[in-house]
Each structure stands twice: as structure tokens, then as C-alpha cells.
Design a protein around this ligand. Structure first.
Ligand SMILES: Cc1cc2nc3c(=O)[nH]c(=O)nc-3n(C[C@H](O)[C@H](O)[C@H](O)COP(=O)(O)OP(=O)(O)OC[C@H]3O[C@@H](n4cnc5c(N)ncnc54)[C@H](O)[C@@H]3O)c2cc1C
Length: 302
């Protein structure tokens, strides 16, 4: 990137934390990823918009990161800017609604809902990452998904330079998809519609779901969650991998979790290449035995 120092200074003066040559392995839950030219964290939503306008105007390539929980980043140098939404994390409660900014951790929001005896977000208590990332992915678990609780999404449209509000049906939520994967709208925040519930019941449900997650998922190791999407609603990839005796199979430092066949874990200093090879190995075997084409769920930054 040309003028790296100048860009860094401009973004700093706008109100961002700025890091040059920052390893992405520090910002992904997989703990894998090479250095990025600039890693910037705007301190407020308005600064975020200013940064987007600046990068757009100057034709500087960038990507957005929430919690980095759905990313597999290659080990090479990435010559672009990463904008983190980490500090854009305000929220307010209005009756049965939570109006929150995109960078707030999703699991935190489900505990905020609990504190206010609001029901509907229990499913999200153990999903890592930000509200923005969860909307982008239509994240879901244990029968719940973002689609069921999002009333409106506040976005920034770089083309018109306007803030827009999209209603739920305009978000085109599907299984781990949303309209945001296809357009260039930047998610600034959302209104989440919940229902008044009984505090103890919500708490118990959260406890049960967290317990289930801990007993089934390798949360004690870095990963990017489920590595494959279900190719069809009743085809469970984790169970299939287990049946194929692939649990525990390793390439380099990457391993198919012994606890959950659907997870690849970074067991010991795994490289991007280790993970890619393991993914390809599983894909090949599943294709041979079940004639199913597996697709990787996390986004790959190659
Ligand atoms: C241990 C573990 C368990 C998991 N369990 C689940 C689960 O049960 N259910 C599930 O659905 N997922 C699960 N995941 C995957 C992950 O938690 C979700 O996909 C989550 O929603 C990703 O959010 P994030 O903020 O980390 O997104 P990131 O990984 O930071 O980004 C993902 C994508 O969203 C885009 N994005 C992020 N913020 C914005 C924004 N503000 N505007 C526009 N685009 C944006 C990014 O550019 C990127 O394309 C799990 C992951 C792990 C590591």
C-alpha cells in the first residue's frame, strides 16, 4: 500500500486506534492469519462512517471484522486495511427492544436481555462474535437464529452516502446467509425485538445451552466454529465425519476435533495450509462416500 504512514496518520487523527503490520492471528478465534498492512479500530459509529468514506474516496481496499469468529485468514501478508467494529458497541433498551451497535458481542447482548428479563436471545448466549457478524451470517443455534429477532438493521450505503434502515424481510435471511453477503451495505446496528419473560426461566435456558455447548464443542481450543455448512437440512456434517472415523485426524497443527467432528481446531500452531489440506481431505472423502459437496462455512481471506 502506498503512503501507508500518511493513511495511518489520517485515520489516527480521525479517531481510530491504528496498528501497522498487525498479525491477524491476534484477531481471529482460529488464531491463524498473516499480517495486515493496517488494522484500525474507530472509536465511534460516526468515526466508522468517516473511515469508510475516506477509504472509499481514496480507493483503498479494506475489509471489516467483528469478532473474527467466522474467518480463516491465510498466513501471507495482506495489503489492505482491516476495520474492526470492536469499539462500536453501545446499546439501549426501549420496552421489549434492544437497539444496539454492530460491534457489541452477540453473547453479551443475550446476557443484557437476561438482565432485563427479555426472552428470545437465549440461543445466542454462546455464539462468539459481534452483532454485525451475526446479522451478516444470520447466525443461529439450537433452533434460534437472527432472522427471528431482528426488526430492523441500520446500514451505511457507501454509494448514496446515506444511513438506511432495512426491515427484516429486506435482509433476505436464510441458512447462514443474508443480503449483506451480496451487497455493499455496512451494518451499523440493529433493533432486536424480544418479549418480556421470566428471569429465572431465561437464566435456566441460557445455562442449559451453555452447558450443552461446552459438553459438545471444543471450546478450549481455537477454531472458527463449524467448518462446513450442512449441504441439506438433514445432513449433519459432524455426525458424518464421526461415522467416517475422522475425529482426531490431524494435518500439521490442525485437527478434526475429537469432541465434535464438525470442528477443525488449531491444536498446535496450525497454519492456513494445514487447515486447507484438512478441509480438502474431508471434502474428498465425503464426496466419495456420500456424493455430497461440502461448502466451508467461515469466510476465507486468501
Ligand atoms: C467456538 C465457535 C462456536 C460457534 N458457534 C456458532 C453457532 O452456534 N452458530 C453460528 O451461526 N455460528 C457459530 N460460530 C461462527 C461465528 O460465531 C458466527 O458466524 C458469528 O456470527 C461471526 O461473527 P463475527 O463478528 O465474529 O464475524 P467476523 O468473523 O468478524 O466476520 C464475518 C463476516 O461478517 C462481516 N461483517 C462483520 N461485521 C460487519 C459489519 N458491521 N458490516 C458488514 N459486514 C460485517 C465480515 O466482513 C465478514 O465478511 C461459532 C464460532 C466459533 C469460533
Amino acid at each position: 500500500m502506498n503512503n501507508l504512514e500518511t493513511i495511518a496518520k489520517d485515520l489516527y487523527l480521525m479517531g481510530c486506534n491504528v496498528l501497522i503490520n498487525e498479525p491477524m492471528s491476534k484477531h481471529t478465534t482460529f488464531r491463524i492469519g498473516g499480517k495486515v498492512a493496517l488494522y484500525v479500530t474507530p472509536k465511534t459509529k460516526n468515526i466508522f462512517i468517516e473511515v469508510l468514506n475516506y477509504l472509499d474516496k481514496n480507493n483503498i481496499e479494506y475489509k471489516i471484522i467483528g469478532g473474527g469468529a467466522n474467518l480463516i485468514v491465510s498466513d501471507k501478508f495482506h495489503d489492505f486495511v482491516v476495520i474492526s467494529t470492536e469499539y462500536i458497541s453501545g446499546y439501549e433498551i426501549e420496552n421489549e427492544k434492544i437497539i444496539a451497535e454492530s460491534g457489541i458481542p452477540l453473547s453479551r447482548l443475550s446476557f443484557i436481555a437476561l438482565e432485563n428479563s427479555l426472552s428470545g436471545m437465549e440461543f445466542a448466549c454462546g455464539i462468539p462474535g459481534s452483532l454485525g457478524g451475526a446479522i451478516f451470517m444470520n447466525a443461529g443455534a439450537y433452533g434460534g437464529e437472527m432472522k427471528n429477532i431482528i426488526e430492523t438493521v441500520e446500514v451505511y450505503d457507501l454509494k448514496s452516502k446515506k444511513i438506511l434502515f432495512l426491515g427484516n424481510s429486506n435482509c433476505k435471511f436464510g441458512y447462514r446467509t443474508s443480503i449483506f453477503q451480496k451487497n455493499n451495505l455496512i451494518i451499523l446496528g440493529a433493533t432486536i425485538a424480544l418479549k418480556k419473560g421470566i428471569h429465572e426461566k431465561i437464566k435456566q435456558e441460557i445455562f442449559n445451552l451453555l452447558e450443552k455447548r461446552w459438553s459438545k464443542q471444543p471450546l478450549e481450543y481455537p477454531s472458527a466454529g463449524s467448518i462446513f455448512k450442512r449441504p441439506e437440512p438433514t445432513f449433519y456434517v459432524g455426525t458424518t465425519i464421526e461415522k467416517l472415523n475422522l475425529k482426531g485426524f490431524s494435518i500439521g497443527g490442525a485437527q478434526i476435533s475429537e469432541k465434535h467432528g464438525g470442528f477443525i481446531i488449531n491444536k498446535e500452531n496450525a497454519t492456513f495450509e494445514d487447515v486447507q489440506q484438512l478441509i480438502n481431505h474431508v471434502k474428498k472423502i465425503v464426496k466419495e462416500k456420500y456424493n455430497k459437496d461440502l461448502k466451508v462455512e467461515p469466510e476465507i481471506w486468501d
